[in-house]
Design a protein around this ligand. Structure first.
Ligand SMILES: Cc1cc2nc3c(=O)[nH]c(=O)nc-3n(C[C@H](O)[C@H](O)[C@H](O)COP(=O)(O)OP(=O)(O)OC[C@H]3O[C@@H](n4cnc5c(N)ncnc54)[C@H](O)[C@@H]3O)c2cc1C
Length: 210
């Protein structure tokens, strides 16, 4: 079995797009009609890569990316920022290049619902977007109120720094201010829904990559 890496994931997306084009997963536009539209929800590492690969490899479809925020700070590499090796800016990306270089139509809004029967995505604020194919790459997020006394307000000082947002700057400031020999309390990542912290060794194999 091949290992799933970022590179192989990128190839996967390419293969998906190739299949989409080859087997007409996207409807053919009527003569002079609008191109079929792929909509990607979430402009994180996964969604932005998927959108880019679709737009880069296929001129015959329009790609629209729906992303709630105007910039994306990657969690990977943020340890280099915390360690003083990189600036926060250098791990923060906006979406301009996806539009200018790859023609992706980026909409900064929150997707509020998907109607799979009608093939539409409802945006918070009321607009609706239709799609021919949809990629959902919204990542994971916190559920507020699950830990007594711990909410996003407390997290401003007792930071979880699990999101690459301003909490990381708080964490870095706190670490920088710490005197030698200071006390750092760290709680390891909680268990996942299956009770496991890591993918179990007897888990079914990842789908084959061709
Ligand atoms: C502290 C930390 C350190 C990490 N370090 C590493 C590392 O060193 N190496 C590594 O490989 N991985 C690391 N990871 C994991 C890595 O960050 C994730 O695997 C990766 O971010 C997942 O990408 P994603 O695109 O699936 O989700 P995300 O990066 O979470 O992106 C999801 C995007 O979807 C958007 N979104 C969500 N809901 C909506 C909606 N309704 N409408 C519109 N937009 C929406 C969000 O705004 C976000 O931009 C780390 C993670 C953490 C938390």
């Amino acid at each position: 079995m091949k290992k799933l890496t970022r590179r192989t994931f990128g190839r996967w997306i390419g293969a998906f797009a190739a299949t989409a084009a080859g087997k007409s997963l996207f409807p053919k536009p009527a003569l002079g009609g609008a191109k079929p539209r792929a909509v990607v929800i979430g402009g994180g590492a996964a969604g932005a890569t998927a959108a880019r690969r679709l737009a880069e490899d296929f001129n015959a479809i329009n790609v629209t990316l729906i992303e709630a925020h105007r910039s994306y700070a990657s969690c990977f590499f943020f340890n280099r920022y915390v360690g003083g090796l990189r600036s926060l800016d250098s791990v923060t990306h906006d979406y301009r290049k996806l539009s200018s270089a790859f023609g992706i139509d980026t909409i900064h809004a929150e997707a509020a619902g998907i109607d799979a029967a009608r093939k539409t995505v409802a945006l918070k604020g009321g607009d609706t977007l239709s799609y021919d194919r949809l990629v959902v790459a919204a990542g994971i997020d916190f559920k507020d109120g699950l830990i007594d006394g711990y909410d996003e307000t407390v997290a401003e000082t007792l930071t979880h720094a699990y999101k690459a947002d301003r909490q990381i700057a708080v964490l870095k400031r706190q670490l920088d201010a710490m005197k030698d020999g200071g006390l750092f309390v760290y709680h390891r990542a909680p268990k996942g829904p299956t009770g496991a912290r890591r993918r179990p060794t007897n888990a079914p194999p990842w789908p084959p990559i061709t």
